[in-house]
Write a protein that binds this ligand. Sequence first.
Ligand SMILES: Nc1ncnc2c1ncn2[C@@H]1O[C@H](COP(=O)(O)OP(=O)(O)O)[C@@H](O)[C@H]1O
Ligand SMILES: [Mg+2]
Length: 330
Amino acid sequence: METVIEGKRLKKTFKISKREKGLFGHLANLFLPKYIHKKAVDDISFTIKKGDAVGFIGANGAGKSTTIKMLSGILSPTEGSVTALGLSPDKDRIEYVAKIGAIFGQKSQLSWDLPIIDSFDLLQKIYRIPDQKYQENLAMFTKILDMKSFIEQPVRQLSLGQRMRADIAAALLHSPELVFFDEPTIGLDVVAKEKIREFIRYMNKELGVTIIFTTHDMQDIEKTCERLIIIDQGKKIYDGTVAGIKTHFGSERKLVVKFEQDYDISEVAKTPSIKIISKKDRSKEFLFKNEDIEVKSLIQYLFENYQVSDLTISEPDIEEIVRDIYDKGI
Ligand SMILES: Nc1ncnc2c1ncn2[C@@H]1O[C@H](COP(=O)(O)OP(=O)(O)O)[C@@H](O)[C@H]1O
Ligand SMILES: [Mg+2]
């Protein structure tokens, strides 16, 4: 597949002035300004192919928005380079924005006081969208984003979920082939979130649009993207499939066995990589790591040596793993 975005060793450092307090501090600020350098993105590389749906996930302040801003041409990288759709997002900005869409959950691009439909008409002129294409897109988005009931209203009268849907439509009226969503589900309730996810899935699967999506909600990613990039303190710490996180971070699996009788299972416990976490009468729970124990041989061993009445293995919860990474790093 054709490469759509190539990010090479991207870095973004913000220079933040450090203000001293008090009279002397005030003078110091004037004559000896002090700066600290904040590395928001610290050497991130990746390749995105046509038709990909890639989720960027990470805790608050991880560097997701800064990355999206560099990819969409709003910010220039301090070091490294981006090539997207064969262009340089910041240097070829005018040509580039005509081909992309960008939605920022925290900030609406629509006029606060104009009826939404008027903002849309304005965008048609700005982007020089041919009438027929504009009407087709407008009809399609009104339908699938369920906007009919509020399209005549100004943004200030809308709920957050409605505003987000209008913002999404606004960013897509010119049929971009590459779309960035920065936290489009932030602050939304479950139903509104689900609508946005469904729509993103539709765009990617049915319309073939390449999607880059940031969020701190793992469920957003599980429902829309096959590929996931985890960012932590400006660095890429994972790039792969959603399912692959489990093996990559080597999480523990839990095996719950119900025996026919209350066995002494100290033999099993002798295996160094198995931990017994509970033993209530006939029911015992074991923890083990995928990379240490072959599940098949463990189960075989249990069946050969004991009378087993029931057995379940629970997979680690991806959301839990990601939360763990936020909390502790890797
Ligand atoms: N314009 C800016 N000036 C100074 N610091 C910034 C600016 N934008 C972001 N930062 C800092 O860079 C880091 C990454 O921010 P951001 O990319 O917004 O993270 P995220 O979107 O993952 O929450 C944070 O520490 C943030 O405070
Ligand atoms: Mg952000």
